[in-house]
Design a protein around this ligand. Structure first.
Ligand SMILES: [Zn+2]
Length: 103
C-alpha cells in the first residue's frame, strides 16, 4: 500500500463534511444561536454573509470586509435568524440604533 497525502486530504475532507452536517444548533451565553460540534460559527452571521453580504458586496453596497460589520436583529429577537430580520450595519450605525432604543 502506497502512502498518499492526497488520499489523506480527501478522507479528512469527507470526515469534515460529515461532522459539519451532523452539527447541532445551540444557544450561546449571549443568547445567539451557533452551530455546535466542529465549528461554533454564529448562525446569524453565516446567514447574513451568504444571503445578504455577498450580493451587496458585488453591487458595491458593502465596501468593507464582512468581519468589520455588525449584524443587527431588527425585531430584537437574537434567535430570529430569518433573512429579512437581519441587517448588516457598520459598528457606528449599529450603536446608534441601540442607543436610540435605550432612550
Ligand atoms: Zn442590533
Amino acid at each position: 500500500m502506497k502512502f498518499s497525502i492526497i488520499k489523506w486530504i480527501k478522507w479528512i475532507k469527507i470526515i469534515y463534511k460529515k461532522i459539519k452536517k451532523e452539527t447541532t444548533i445551540y444557544v450561546d451565553e449571549r443568547g445567539y444561536e451557533r452551530y455546535g460540534g466542529y465549528d461554533n460559527r454564529l448562525i446569524h452571521r453565516d446567514i447574513a454573509y451568504n444571503y445578504i453580504y455577498k450580493k451587496g458586496y458585488r453591487n458595491g453596497v458593502y465596501t468593507k470586509r464582512f468581519r468589520d460589520y455588525d449584524i443587527h436583529h431588527k425585531d430584537g429577537n437574537k434567535r430570529n435568524n430569518s433573512i429579512n430580520n437581519l441587517q448588516i450595519l457598520t459598528r457606528e450605525e449599529h450603536e446608534e440604533i441601540h442607543n436610540k432604543q435605550r432612550r
